[in-house]
Write a protein that binds this ligand. Sequence first.
Ligand code: IMP
Ligand code: MG
Length: 179
Amino acid sequence: MTEPQKPVELLSAQRIAARLHILAEEINQFYQNKEVLLVSILDGAIIFTADLLRLLKVPTRLDCLRISSYGNSTTPESAPRITGSLKSDLNGKHVLLVDDILDTGNTMKQATEEVTALHPDTVRTCVFLDKPDNRTNGFQADWVGFSIPNEFVVGYGLDYAGRYRELPYLAKLLVSEPD
Ligand code: IMP
Ligand code: MG
């Protein structure tokens, strides 16, 4: 297995914050006079959700789904597994699914199906990052922070083998081949 090296910054904390303000404003406009139930897809969306939530001016509630598709690698090892479920009654709710990144689209497709089966009023999706080149199912999010090329990224909640989530910026990892 190759070992990751130094993270190289792709998006600064300032750029992320500026973009989130614009995104939140659009979401505030869209949900005027409605209460929103944010459903955060753990673990990756935790930082994005926390920042977005604090910029929303509409009334909100928060719930979490835990879905995992990556083990210790940079490519999906299996179909996404749902390992934690919602505590809320979704009947009559306006659900906003929040994830860190839309890659193949499998996670969001599965999460959307899961949530829709619980009969909310509406379901919308918001992702911090979109890697459109890697999509296998045509899934499109309603709100996207940044579109990025098809390379593995870490930081701002995203991990490699459980690490680097704490970086306040988005980075790519330079991977060195063993000698
Ligand atoms: P998808 O199911 O292929 O769309 O992948 C979505 C999930 O894979 C995200 O929620 C992330 O947890 C993870 N993922 C996809 N690409 C990356 C990446 O570049 N870095 C870290 N995690 C990623
Ligand atoms: Mg994830």
